[in-house]
Design a protein around this ligand. Structure first.
Ligand SMILES: [Zn+2]
Length: 197
């Protein structure tokens, strides 16, 4: 059973009258930081004032996630040192939830499920995580909210909050999945070396 307690005001389109998908098509996406970039290990800093710069970065993060067909994106993945991530259980911009300074209050259960990550293109792995999560976060409107979910959205929150702590799903892969993905990981490492050479 899935339970999501969140009000519409916390969602990305709360103060937008026009259709969100059309609005986001005109926003320039951000380059995605990929493995093995060390920025992915950044433990991000809490956000203070939710000013215009934060709003602009969040809009660009949503455009980036939607453009890459993702269902979540953390600030570290776009080179931004801030405790901000966006989650969505269907990848639609109008259903994105912006989590600013999220804090996990409780987790329960355990479930193994296949995950991907926009910072690890082409790589999938079965990751065991808590099945349910309750967390508190600040919305773009500055209000504090509670989100509770024991389905895909909750898993997505846990994956993204890991990113904000400098943790990627690579460290949670089983040895078998690490081995199965070894050549793909090596290719990403080689690509990064070629780009910096
Ligand atoms: Zn990820």
């Amino acid at each position: 059973m899935s339970e999501t307690e969140i009000t519409a005001a916390a969602q990305a389109d709360s103060d937008s009258a026009e259709p969100v998908s059309a609005e986001f098509e005109s926003i320039e996406p951000l380059p995605i930081v990929t493995y093995p970039d060390s920025f992915l290990r950044t433990k991000t800093k809490p956000v203070g004032a939710i000013d215009d710069d934060v709003h602009e970065m969040v809009e660009r993060m949503i455009a980036t996630m939607v453009g890459a067909n993702g269902i979540g994106l953390a600030a570290t993945q776009v080179g931004w040192d801030a405790r901000v991530c966006i989650v969505s259980d269907n990848g639609q911009p109008e259903d994105c939830i912006v989590l600013i300074n999220p804090e996990v209050e409780d987790v329960w259960g355990s479930e193994a499920m296949e995950e991907g990550c926009l910072s690890f293109p082409g790589i999938q792995a079965v990751i065991t995580r808590a099945q349910g999560v309750r967390l508190k976060f600040t919305g773009l409107d500055g209000e504090r909210y509670t989100l509770e979910d024991d389905d895909l959205l909750g898993r997505c929150c846990l994956h993204e909050i890991d990113h904000l702590n400098g943790v990627t799903f690579l460290s949670k892969m089983t040895p078998a999945d690490k081995l199965a993905n070894r050549s793909k990981l090596k290719r990403l490492e080689e690509r990064a070396r070629a780009e910096t050479a």
